[in-house]
Design a protein around this ligand. Structure first.
Ligand code: PDD
Length: 278
């Protein structure tokens, strides 16, 4: 396993940063996760564009241009011989004296690593997952892909403790999104419903790619709020992310969705997405 740290490719075990790094001390940084299929990065321009937006929103200057970052990611994938899995990239404001305000002289820390993972023939994709609803206790700027993920860590653990694979976060009775995924429901009429972007959710790259693929195929998509009750009564429910692609949700809080199996709409959407991603 080869990782990248501030300009060098190094064995993962030797990849180190300072304990004064602001990512470590304050969660002062941003990150991206992108899927890799057949050795290729999926949605790389969306991920790089979002990285730039997140960095701008926290006044963090990226240490490399987006093109250079993509080149480095490709080099890392090649060095690791990665065929299927994901790449992780993180930029923090760097190591400095511990002071809440921005340091004057810190250089951003850039790290990358890859993980091999079965993306296509995963059991969860075929059988669907169970989810637990939890209150969305995150901060107000969920549009920023920030490395402070404690709320998501606690929420995912609540899900795992309830034998679920993901948590759906809920605010004022409406689903915001998954801990690390965008959430969709399919209505009885076959309309896909997902929460509008704004600041309450992350602008998911997989979500965006799927919506575009649906528009091209005249599959109706409505961006509006949906409640937990609506999700429980939906024909099908699914989540999307770079780490699971399109994944059916078959149980919410112990209640089966439809017949409790991954439905035809979700199977088709997963196929459409994989065809595009390959
Ligand atoms: N998470 N919403 C949240 C809160 C997320 O953390 C993610 C991704 C998504 C889906 O976005 P995308 O389709 O661009 O992956 C939605 C990544 C996979 C993670 O933190 O591991």
């Amino acid at each position: 396993q080869i990782a990248y740290v501030n300009g060098s490719f190094v064995p993962l075990a030797e990849a180190k940063i300072s304990i004064l790094d602001r990512g470590f001390l304050f969660g002062d940084g941003t990150y991206e996760v992108a899927a890799v299929l057949n050795g290729r990065i999926i949605d790389s321009s969306s991920h790089l564009a979002r990285l730039q937006r997140s960095a701008e929103k926290i006044s963090l200057a990226l240490p490399e241009t987006p093109d250079r970052l993509v080149a480095l990611l490709k080099e890392l994938i090649a060095l690791n011989g990665l065929e299927e899995g994901f790449v992780y990239l993180q930029v923090t404001r760097g190591a400095a004296e511990r002071d809440f305000a921005f340091p004057k002289d810190a250089r951003p820390t850039l790290v990358m690593f890859v993980r091999s993972k079965k993306m296509i023939d995963s059991r969860e994709a075929l059988e669907g997952i169970s989810v637990k609803t939890v209150p969305d206790i995150r901060w107000a700027r969920r549009d920023i892909k920030n490395i402070s993920l404690l709320a998501q860590v606690l929420s995912r653990q609540l899900a795992v403790d309830a034998d679920c694979q993901e948590a759906l976060m809920v605010e004022n009775g409406f689903v915001t999104e998954g801990v690390s995924s965008s959430a969709f429901i399919v209505t009885a009429d076959g309309v896909l419903v997902t929460r509008p972007r704004f600041n309450a959710i992350l602008d998911g790259c997989t979500r965006k790619a799927l919506i575009k693929l649906c528009e091209e195929r005249k599959i109706p998509v409505e961006e509006r709020l949906f409640s937990v009750a609506e999700a429980l009564a939906a024909k099908e429910v699914f989540i999307t992310s770079a780490s699971v692609l399109v994944q059916g949700v078959v149980v919410i809080d112990g209640h089966p969705i439809g017949d409790g199996k991954v439905g035809g709409v979700v199977r088709r959407l997963r196929e459409i997405h994989l065809e595009f991603a390959h």
